[in-house]
Design a protein around this ligand. Structure first.
Ligand code: ZN
Length: 192
Protein backbone atom coordinates (compact mmCIF):
# COMPACT_ATOMS: atom_id res chain seq x y z
CA UNK A 1 0.00 0.00 0.00
CA UNK A 2 0.96 3.63 -0.46
CA UNK A 3 4.14 5.46 0.39
CA UNK A 4 4.56 6.94 3.81
CA UNK A 5 6.26 10.25 4.56
CA UNK A 6 9.93 9.42 4.86
CA UNK A 7 10.97 11.85 7.59
CA UNK A 8 12.16 11.19 11.13
CA UNK A 9 13.11 7.92 12.75
CA UNK A 10 11.93 5.25 10.41
CA UNK A 11 10.33 1.93 11.41
CA UNK A 12 12.86 0.45 9.02
CA UNK A 13 15.59 1.16 11.57
CA UNK A 14 13.59 -0.48 14.37
CA UNK A 15 12.91 -3.42 12.13
CA UNK A 16 16.61 -3.81 11.38
CA UNK A 17 17.38 -3.76 15.11
CA UNK A 18 14.86 -6.53 15.68
CA UNK A 19 16.50 -8.55 12.95
CA UNK A 20 20.08 -8.48 14.28
CA UNK A 21 20.01 -12.22 14.82
CA UNK A 22 19.07 -12.97 11.25
CA UNK A 23 21.84 -14.91 9.60
CA UNK A 24 20.87 -14.52 5.98
CA UNK A 25 20.92 -11.22 4.15
CA UNK A 26 17.54 -9.89 3.20
CA UNK A 27 16.47 -9.46 -0.36
CA UNK A 28 14.65 -6.44 -1.66
CA UNK A 29 12.31 -7.63 -4.38
CA UNK A 30 11.18 -5.72 -7.45
CA UNK A 31 7.59 -4.53 -7.01
CA UNK A 32 5.41 -5.18 -10.06
CA UNK A 33 3.63 -2.16 -11.46
CA UNK A 34 0.16 -2.10 -13.01
CA UNK A 35 -0.72 -3.22 -15.69
CA UNK A 36 1.59 -6.21 -15.11
CA UNK A 37 -0.72 -9.23 -15.54
CA UNK A 38 0.87 -11.11 -12.64
CA UNK A 39 -0.93 -8.69 -10.29
CA UNK A 40 -4.18 -10.36 -11.38
CA UNK A 41 -3.17 -13.88 -10.31
CA UNK A 42 -4.92 -14.84 -7.04
CA UNK A 43 -2.71 -16.10 -4.23
CA UNK A 44 -2.58 -19.79 -3.27
CA UNK A 45 -3.02 -20.80 0.38
CA UNK A 46 0.26 -21.25 2.27
CA UNK A 47 0.71 -24.76 3.70
CA UNK A 48 4.42 -24.90 4.50
CA UNK A 49 5.50 -22.72 7.43
CA UNK A 50 9.19 -23.39 7.20
CA UNK A 51 12.34 -21.33 6.80
CA UNK A 52 11.47 -20.42 3.22
CA UNK A 53 8.28 -18.70 4.36
CA UNK A 54 10.06 -16.90 7.23
CA UNK A 55 12.65 -15.59 4.75
CA UNK A 56 9.95 -14.49 2.31
CA UNK A 57 8.07 -12.58 5.04
CA UNK A 58 11.32 -10.87 6.13
CA UNK A 59 12.10 -9.97 2.53
CA UNK A 60 8.58 -8.64 1.97
CA UNK A 61 8.91 -6.39 5.03
CA UNK A 62 12.29 -5.14 3.86
CA UNK A 63 10.91 -4.51 0.38
CA UNK A 64 7.94 -2.60 1.86
CA UNK A 65 10.15 -0.41 4.08
CA UNK A 66 12.56 0.27 1.23
CA UNK A 67 9.77 1.41 -1.13
CA UNK A 68 8.66 3.01 1.30
CA UNK A 69 5.14 1.75 1.92
CA UNK A 70 2.79 0.68 4.70
CA UNK A 71 1.70 -2.62 3.16
CA UNK A 72 2.83 -5.18 0.59
CA UNK A 73 1.18 -8.36 -0.67
CA UNK A 74 3.11 -11.33 -2.12
CA UNK A 75 1.45 -11.08 -5.59
CA UNK A 76 3.01 -7.59 -5.86
CA UNK A 77 6.43 -9.23 -6.03
CA UNK A 78 5.21 -11.94 -8.40
CA UNK A 79 4.68 -14.60 -5.71
CA UNK A 80 1.14 -15.98 -5.83
CA UNK A 81 0.76 -16.89 -2.18
CA UNK A 82 -1.78 -15.61 0.35
CA UNK A 83 0.54 -13.40 2.39
CA UNK A 84 0.77 -9.70 3.12
CA UNK A 85 2.74 -7.54 5.52
CA UNK A 86 1.59 -4.24 7.03
CA UNK A 87 3.21 -1.58 9.19
CA UNK A 88 1.09 1.55 9.54
CA UNK A 89 3.21 3.10 12.30
CA UNK A 90 4.49 6.49 11.20
CA UNK A 91 7.33 6.65 13.71
CA UNK A 92 8.75 4.94 16.77
CA UNK A 93 8.72 1.20 17.22
CA UNK A 94 7.79 -0.98 14.32
CA UNK A 95 4.28 -2.37 14.24
CA UNK A 96 5.09 -4.91 11.60
CA UNK A 97 2.45 -7.57 11.16
CA UNK A 98 2.48 -10.54 8.80
CA UNK A 99 -0.83 -12.02 7.66
CA UNK A 100 -0.68 -15.50 6.16
CA UNK A 101 -3.87 -17.09 4.76
CA UNK A 102 -5.92 -14.10 5.99
CA UNK A 103 -9.70 -14.00 5.97
CA UNK A 104 -11.77 -10.91 6.70
CA UNK A 105 -14.53 -12.34 8.88
CA UNK A 106 -16.37 -9.14 9.86
CA UNK A 107 -16.84 -5.72 8.29
CA UNK A 108 -18.60 -2.74 9.77
CA UNK A 109 -19.25 0.89 8.82
CA UNK A 110 -18.15 2.81 5.73
CA UNK A 111 -15.31 5.25 5.26
CA UNK A 112 -13.52 6.93 2.35
CA UNK A 113 -9.71 7.17 2.34
CA UNK A 114 -7.28 8.46 -0.20
CA UNK A 115 -5.29 5.38 -1.06
CA UNK A 116 -2.13 4.72 -2.93
CA UNK A 117 -0.46 1.46 -3.91
CA UNK A 118 3.15 0.48 -4.46
CA UNK A 119 2.02 -1.07 -7.75
CA UNK A 120 0.59 2.32 -8.82
CA UNK A 121 3.40 4.75 -7.98
CA UNK A 122 2.23 8.37 -7.86
CA UNK A 123 -1.48 7.49 -8.06
CA UNK A 124 -3.78 8.46 -5.20
CA UNK A 125 -7.52 7.88 -5.31
CA UNK A 126 -10.33 8.09 -2.80
CA UNK A 127 -11.82 4.65 -2.18
CA UNK A 128 -14.74 3.64 0.04
CA UNK A 129 -14.25 0.66 2.28
CA UNK A 130 -15.47 -0.76 5.58
CA UNK A 131 -14.45 1.36 8.57
CA UNK A 132 -13.70 -1.60 10.84
CA UNK A 133 -12.72 -5.15 10.09
CA UNK A 134 -12.02 -8.33 11.97
CA UNK A 135 -9.43 -10.55 10.34
CA UNK A 136 -8.38 -14.12 11.04
CA UNK A 137 -4.94 -15.14 9.83
CA UNK A 138 -1.77 -17.04 10.66
CA UNK A 139 1.60 -15.51 11.43
CA UNK A 140 4.85 -16.53 9.76
CA UNK A 141 5.17 -19.51 12.14
CA UNK A 142 1.66 -20.79 11.41
CA UNK A 143 0.15 -19.55 14.69
CA UNK A 144 -3.49 -18.46 14.21
CA UNK A 145 -4.66 -15.08 15.42
CA UNK A 146 -7.60 -12.73 15.14
CA UNK A 147 -7.34 -8.98 14.98
CA UNK A 148 -9.91 -6.20 15.09
CA UNK A 149 -8.81 -3.05 13.31
CA UNK A 150 -10.04 0.40 12.47
CA UNK A 151 -8.47 3.51 10.93
CA UNK A 152 -5.56 3.12 8.55
CA UNK A 153 -4.87 -0.45 9.66
CA UNK A 154 -8.41 -1.52 8.64
CA UNK A 155 -7.98 0.17 5.25
CA UNK A 156 -4.57 -1.42 4.73
CA UNK A 157 -5.89 -4.90 5.60
CA UNK A 158 -8.70 -4.55 3.04
CA UNK A 159 -6.36 -3.12 0.40
CA UNK A 160 -3.75 -5.87 0.82
CA UNK A 161 -6.37 -8.60 1.07
CA UNK A 162 -7.69 -7.47 -2.33
CA UNK A 163 -4.24 -8.16 -3.81
CA UNK A 164 -4.56 -11.81 -2.75
CA UNK A 165 -7.66 -12.05 -4.96
CA UNK A 166 -5.97 -10.31 -7.89
CA UNK A 167 -8.11 -7.27 -7.18
CA UNK A 168 -6.55 -3.82 -7.50
CA UNK A 169 -7.40 -0.28 -6.38
CA UNK A 170 -8.59 0.65 -9.89
CA UNK A 171 -11.36 -1.93 -9.56
CA UNK A 172 -12.94 0.28 -6.89
CA UNK A 173 -13.03 3.37 -9.13
CA UNK A 174 -15.69 4.66 -11.50
CA UNK A 175 -15.16 3.59 -15.14
CA UNK A 176 -14.01 7.11 -16.01
CA UNK A 177 -11.37 7.30 -13.26
CA UNK A 178 -10.31 3.73 -13.96
CA UNK A 179 -9.62 4.57 -17.62
CA UNK A 180 -7.68 7.66 -16.61
CA UNK A 181 -5.46 5.75 -14.16
CA UNK A 182 -5.05 2.95 -16.72
CA UNK A 183 -3.88 5.40 -19.39
CA UNK A 184 -1.44 7.09 -16.98
CA UNK A 185 0.08 3.78 -15.95
CA UNK A 186 0.31 2.36 -19.49
CA UNK A 187 2.00 5.53 -20.69
CA UNK A 188 4.45 5.38 -17.81
CA UNK A 189 5.23 1.70 -18.46
CA UNK A 190 5.92 2.49 -22.13
CA UNK A 191 8.24 5.36 -21.17
CA UNK A 192 10.34 3.36 -18.72
ZN1 ZN B 1 -1.62 -2.17 -3.33
Amino acid sequence: MWARASAGSSPRESFRTLQTQAVTAMTIHTILHYPDKRLRIPGEPVTDFGDELAKLVDDMAETMYAAPGVGLAAPQIGISWRIFVIDVSSEGPSELRAFVNPEIIEKDGKVAWEEGCLSFPGVHQEIKRAERVKVRAQDATGESFELEADGLLAIAIQHENDHLEGKLMVDHLSPLKRRSVHRTMVKRAAAS
